[in-house]
Design a binder for this molecule. Structure first.
Ligand SMILES: Cc1cc2nc3c(=O)[nH]c(=O)nc-3n(C[C@H](O)[C@H](O)[C@H](O)COP(=O)(O)OP(=O)(O)OC[C@H]3O[C@@H](n4cnc5c(N)ncnc54)[C@H](O)[C@@H]3O)c2cc1C
Length: 389
């Protein structure tokens, strides 16, 4: 039988365990996020963010794919399904999950010392400690190689960090920040406890997107750190870029969650809303929109599955992640915008989720590599010519 919610039968690709994880995260989001998220969005704050982080920790959703140190050791497909279900509720909450697990925890897990892993990962996996990831600066976004934040070695071996990071998710609520800085030996990553003198994280207000997410500046004013605060296993941009590739993989799935919610909302609305004496779902123009939305939604989910399987097999290339992020975020935002038109005036109301998702995706389109950057990554892979500069 044709299932309008799964027209390609993609569910057949899942194991029972995959379905169980997906069901648990979906039920959590329905209970803990959906009833409140429009209010959080309107207010531009999440009052119980620490509690939410702990709950995500108990679900095993933080650092989900990592192994040991209290992490769930889930597959790439299972992590992707969790991202999809969280983002079906709101991209801001999925951003919390991505930054915590795929950026901050992943950096420590992949490049940290044994001591750093033991000190930070169990608390972060449990959601007791929130992490952030500081790469972007006011003058260096797409081109982080030009970063100005500088870490100098002091006589006793200490590091002293000075600089500013911008647009940092979770910044003001973080207990630990992974900060990337220029040093005399190249770009290095630092594990910075946020209670260090000289560290502050003023929140960025007046956002029209990702309003149910904390976004901050990081100010590092001569922050003194011990010699072992540096991530020992990596030097150069390869460090932050491999973390970003991991987080982008989650976005490939997550964006389809936002798109799914908008599609389902538009479908239900079109069936019940009547104009000219019949449901608007009966107009060919509405059906064309719904058909095109369904095609792109399920193609995107299929693509996410494909990339997930490659990641589980250890065969996922960064260019393939760029392919997925470019396609799925671009198509997701289009689906949300089309859903908005189907809802007419109601489409602009927070009573319905479509405008919230569409405006959230404006950020998702830009962070973790802009659309243009991923086009350039693919362009370079296709042509062999670097067009970045
Ligand atoms: C809500 C939110 C949360 C974020 N969270 C984090 C976080 O947790 N940690 C973090 O480090 N960063 C974070 N970011 C920052 C994000 O990663 C950057 O905004 C992004 O990398 C783009 O940088 P930029 O905004 O400086 O834009 P720019 O790099 O200035 O780009 C502006 C425009 O120019 C284009 N452009 C730039 N260079 C080229 C080129 N060579 N060819 C063609 N076009 C080009 C871009 O594609 C874009 O369209 C976040 C951003 C947002 C909006």
């Amino acid at each position: 039988m044709f299932d309008p919610h799964d027209p390609l039968g993609i569910d057949d690709l899942l194991t029972d365990e995959d379905r169980a994880i997906r069901g648990t995260v979906r039920a959590w989001a329905a209970d803990r996020v959906l009833p409140h998220v429009a209010d959080w969005y309107e207010r531009g704050e999440i009052p119980g963010i620490r509690e939410l982080a702990r709950e995500l920790g108990s679900l095993g959703a933080l650092g989900m794919q990592l192994t040991g140190y209290g992490c769930a050791g889930a597959s790439a497909v299972q992590y992707g399904l969790a991202c999809l279900e969280v983002e079906a509720a709101d991209s801001g909450i999925r951003s919390l999950v991505s930054v915590q697990g795929s950026l901050a925890m992943y950096a420590i897990h992949r490049f940290g010392s044994e001591e750093q892993k033991r000190q930070w990962l169990p608390g972060m996996a449990a959601g007791e400690i929130i992490g952030c990831f500081g790469l972007t600066e006011p003058d260096h976004g797409s081109d982080p190689a030009g970063m100005r934040t500088y870490a100098r070695r002091d006589a006793g071996g200490d590091w002293v960090l000075t600089g500013r990071k911008m647009w940092i998710t979770n910044g003001s609520v973080a207990g630990v920040a992974i900060v990337w800085a220029r040093t005399d030996e190249g770009i290095r990553g630092f594990v910075v406890p946020t209670d260090r003198p000289g560290f502050s994280a003023p929140e960025i207000r007046h956002k029209w997107s990702l309003r149910a997410s904390v976004t901050s500046e990081l100010v590092l004013d001569e922050v003194r750190l011990p010699a072992d605060a540096v991530l020992p296993e990596v030097t150069g941009l390869r460090g932050p870029l491999s973390c970003l590739s991991h987080a982008r993989y989650g976005i490939v799935w997550g964006a389809m969650g936002a798109a799914r919610t908008c599609f389902e909302t538009a479908l239900a609305y079109a069936r019940s809303r009547e104009q000219f004496g019949r449901p608007i779902a009966g107009f060919q123009l509405t059906q064309a929109k719904l058909a095109d939305m369904a095609v792109e939604l399920h193609k995107g989910i299929l693509l996410a599955h494909h990339l997930g399987r490659r990641m589980d097999a250890g065969r996922l290339r960064p260019e393939q992640v760029s392919f997925g992020k470019l396609n799925n975020v671009r198509e997701a935002i289009e689906i949300c915008r089309t859903a908005r038109t189907i809802l007419g005036a109601n489409g602009i109301s927070l009573e319905y989720p479509v405008m919230r998702h569409a405006t959230n995706l404006e950020s998702v389109l830009t962070y973790e590599g802009t659309v243009e950057m991923h086009q350039l990554v693919l362009g370079k892979a296709l042509t062999g010519v670097d067009a970045f500069r």
